[in-house]
Design a protein around this ligand. Sequence first.
Ligand code: MOS
Length: 744
Amino acid sequence: MSNTEAFVGRPQSRVDGPLKVSGTATYVAEFGAEDLLHAVVVSGAIAKGRITSIDTAAALKVPGVIEIFTHENRPRTAWFDYKYRDEVAPPGSPLRPLYDASISYSGQPVALVVAETLQVAQYAASLVEVSYEAEPAVVDVAEVLGEAYVPKQKRSGISPPPKPRGDADGAFLAAPIRLEHEYRVAVEHHNPMEMHATTVVWEGDGKLTVHDKIQGAQNSHGYITSVFGLSADDVRVHSPYIGGAFGSGLRPQYQLFLAVMASLQLERSVKLVLTRDQMFTFSYRPDAIQRVALAADKTGRLQAVRHEAVMGTSRHEDYQEVVVNWSGLLYSCDNVRLDYKLAQIDTHTPADMRAPGATLGVYALESAMDELAYAAGIDPIELRLINFADKDENENKPFSSKELRACYAQGADRIGWSRRNPVPRSMHEGRELVGLGMATGCWEAQMQKTSARAVLTANGHLEVSSATADIGTGTYTIMTQIAADALGLPLESVTAVIGDSSLPTAPVEGGSWAAASTGTAVRAACHALRQTLLDAAAGIDGSPLAGATLDQVTFQNGRIAFIADPVMSVSIGEAMQATGKERIEAEETASPDMKAMATYSSYTHSAIFAEVRVDEELGIVRVTRIVNAVAAGKILNPKTARSQILGGVVMGIGMALHEESIPDKNLGRFMNHNFAEYHVPAHADVEDIDVIFVEEEDDMLNPLGIKGLGEIGIVGTAAAIANAIHHATGRRVRHLPITLDKLL
Ligand code: MOS
């Protein structure tokens, strides 16, 4: 069945763009309800210990206050831990807000004030008096390295490190060139533009419509019904637009629990929007202490790779990421030992943040590779080519595709690598030192079981839907493109509907799998309508398609046409009329190809090049250029795809130079919980970013050859910048962010 792709592969502006720029896309905090109550969270002041008393008397006297919930008067909720475990929860006991008097991290919610207006709720919250009995808390993973352990239970979807291969220790000692260093990245808190929020609409009779900031409406839906013992039909979760998330919205956050609890108890609609400060009271990328040891022979061939990481998690959940496995995957080496452990600290459970694990692990490996390039006197790109992995040596499987060599070549060409004098501090311009650095990036190409529905109505309009989300990635747009192509309709005739728990089943939007998963399901659902349409078209009196079979026709330009003789055609509208129906619909489920997965390893790859300028006297670093050359299979939409890479690169700049949640070790809390002191890259920090999509075909994964793009943009970026700073200054900083004090 041939169908020239009309929209897939072409740059296409976001279909939801006009709604967003005109302010008509509705976010959680903008939903209202009749007699809406406003809730404000009182955040705890200690990191560890117990609440000894909570005095709400003064707060309750404020006119307009309806109720103040604490652990002393909270309604009953589910008993067992598993009831609180959402779709992507790590092993352990999830936080139960207001459960009892115990405090396990700073900022933990200790009370919820509900009032007729937001202002009254805020004022009353300031009057709640909480007394504590504090215990010493540890918030720095470096202080508990001695307590590190291998997690007993693996987090679902996470691969533990592969077994050691060869003899990494022996080969390391025997090699002529060796290095071993510790690398560290500061804790970063998710800070999307939209704060986490929930608006619960009390529909009467125990029925709720819940507007929640979540990367998968069905995850919140499952959580609510499980925790509060509600039936599936009593709750509908709605999350059509998300103002960024990067992983903070994968798991339901405590504001969802609190808002639903209050609504059910008061039988009223409740809105709860966290403050920017409170965005620092959950959900962060953990700190990991990483040691990387590399050894090579004189030609640069890797002889040994060791990568050990100890990552912080909370006391109550074994949160895990794939941190070290990359070091057995990115390069070919016979002697590899990878170790990954956790250590518990008194914080909230960390959360996935854009390319979780790879951001940290690839940063460490790619920094060490740059150090090895200097130690061996070999160009950094050349060193990577010498050690190029032609197969996945962790799993001993071929790659389904890997156009990484082209990424190196095209990226190097675009940044002008040939002008680089390899000697550190050798390039100047004015009062600034100039540096060029590079790194490799890698992320898993995944797909998840996902369902989608396609509905074609008599007026020729196609609606495709799935319970997935669009966290700014462009899901609406690529669904529209894929559906339009599948039935040969113009884009304007297609609407994508997502972000609603009542839609066909989809997992959270994460892991860069949404395009491959939802895209494949949408395509299948649309294709399922083709036979009905062709039968109807062929049945029209004197039809030019009489007797035609699906493989003889194409759906294009609004018509079903014979491939052999396109003049012989029937319009989709006529075919639809001939069905005699108001609407035809199909629902299909797309699943990953287990056989292909067992045979091949599938990854996206990238080569990132950074040009920095460093003011020698002031230590100020400017990232003047980034070139990110990405091989990610089929690029559905070069425009939204480019935006994905830009976003990832900007987060990588933040990781390299700015973002840092600084723990106060005495108080056990993050000190800089605001945008005045927690710095994210601003416009002035983002100069020239150039994205290259390297041609890559991969028909192993899914019919469209999609690998996913949401995360690869950040992987390796911080290493490329750190390597460029070393090249510019001769200073090797192994603890991100590289703030100017580290360069002076
Ligand atoms: Mo992503 S960290 O899977 O939203």
